[in-house]
Design a protein around this ligand. Structure first.
Ligand code: PMP
Length: 354
């Protein structure tokens, strides 16, 4: 039975990527060795790493603009502290849009003064704060482009002269942005890029080397850059699968092409959430995420029926994050429009039944 996978992450990747990845586990590069058993220093893998790094920059439109890409380990959570370790000398400015920003703030506080420029905590993170000021003497400004848990997404990034750092874990490669506005972007692979186990960091080299502290090698971006993302054994398989996904995206037409499909999917679902009296959206309309649509049932007693109907239709991963409940449909790049049509049909069938 065909499954419709709305999982928030790790999540759906293109079928073609799963196919190629599984072939490489048995016979990589037609060398009759598995990708899992070859040296990360062998030419075939070094080529994979280089291709993954250059595809990331190419798709973001950052080639030749002073940026480098790294594939590190420790998840986006490691980046919460690594960004501060490498960039925070005196003071940093953070926008608090929910759980993930909160966690980034907690780590950064270990390294210096932290200014929370705005927070949407007053309304349980159901909107994106606007009109805040970023202190011009901050070492950097940090924000989370898409709140995976609450389903909010920053649509307009602030204009600021201080370096901008962004956690794009759950919407990287999903929409067109002027990525050159950012000085450091990080994203755990397990949404739009690959399996869990590697984290993409795209950094403008000129912002590094300005803090006075000694940075342990594994946490120092300059060390990783100096070794072309091979300071230690990288997460070979996650990097390979990420490379395959980036290739798939490039062949698809890049971010511009996938953005159109992503808009189609989110419009389809939000229209139904708004139209169907049995469902209600959770977040401010203008801040709705195109990646993670959160909604609730207006009548809780229907939840068992709805859940059973979803199961019957092959829908997977629709439950909201354990901290907020309700429903969350994550519609990452590889999710076909057809899966959203199936979900909408189930929502309409529930309305007829109720
Ligand atoms: N930031 C965001 C926006 C996330 O959605 C997540 C996890 N889903 C994280 C950070 C943490 O990522 P990781 O589990 O890779 O550390």
């Amino acid at each position: 039975m065909k499954k419709h996978n709305f999982s928030a992450g790790p999540c759906i990747l293109p079928q073609e990527v799963f196919q190629k990845a599984s072939e490489a586990v048995l016979n990589f590069n037609n060398d009759h060795l598995s990708i899992l058993e070859i040296s990360h220093r062998s030419k075939p893998f070094v080529d994979v790493m280089e291709k993954a790094r250059s595809l990331a920059l190419e798709l973001l439109g950052l080639e030749g603009k002073g940026y480098k890409a790294l594939f590190l380990q420790g998840g986006a959570s490691m980046q919460f502290l690594m960004t501060a370790y490498n960039l925070l000398e005196n003071k940093a400015a953070y926008l608090n849009t929910g759980t993930w920003s909160d966690k980034a703030i907690k780590e950064a506080k270990l390294f210096g003064e932290l200014v929370e420029v705005a927070s949407s905590k007053d309304k349980n993170f159901t909107y994106i704060p606007k009109g805040y000021n970023i202190p011009t003497d901050a070492d950097y400004f940090h924000c989370t482009s898409n709140n995976t848990i609450f389903g909010t997404q920053i649509k307009h990034f602030p204009e600021t002269e201080v370096p901008m750092v962004c956690d794009m874990s759950s919407d990287i490669f999903s929409r067109q942005l002027d990525f050159s506005k950012f000085d450091l972007i990080y994203a755990g692979a397990q949404k739009n890029m690959g399996p869990a186990g590697t984290t993409l960091v795209v950094v403008k080299e000129e912002i590094l080397g300005k803090v006075s502290r000694t940075i342990p090698s594994m946490l120092d971006y300059k060390v990783h850059l100096g070794k072309d993302s091979m300071f230690n054994t990288p997460a070979v398989f996650p990097v390979y699968v990420s490379m395959l996904t980036l290739e798939w995206l490039k062949n698809f037409g890049g971010i511009a092409a996938i953005e159109k499909i992503n808009e189609q999917k989110s419009t389809l679902l939000y229209n139904e959430v708004d139209r169907n009296p049995l469902f209600a959206g959770v977040v401010a309309t203008e801040d709705r995420s195109h990646m993670n649509t959160t909604f609730t049932l207006t009548n809780d007693s229907l939840s068992e029926t709805f859940d059973a109907m979803c199961k019957e239709a092959g829908i997977n991963g629709l439950n909201g994050h354990r901290s907020v409940g309700g429903y969350r449909a994550s519609m990452y790049n590889a999710l076909p429009v057809e899966s959203v049509q199936v979900l909408v049909a189930v929502m309409q069938a529930l309305e007829k039944k109720a």
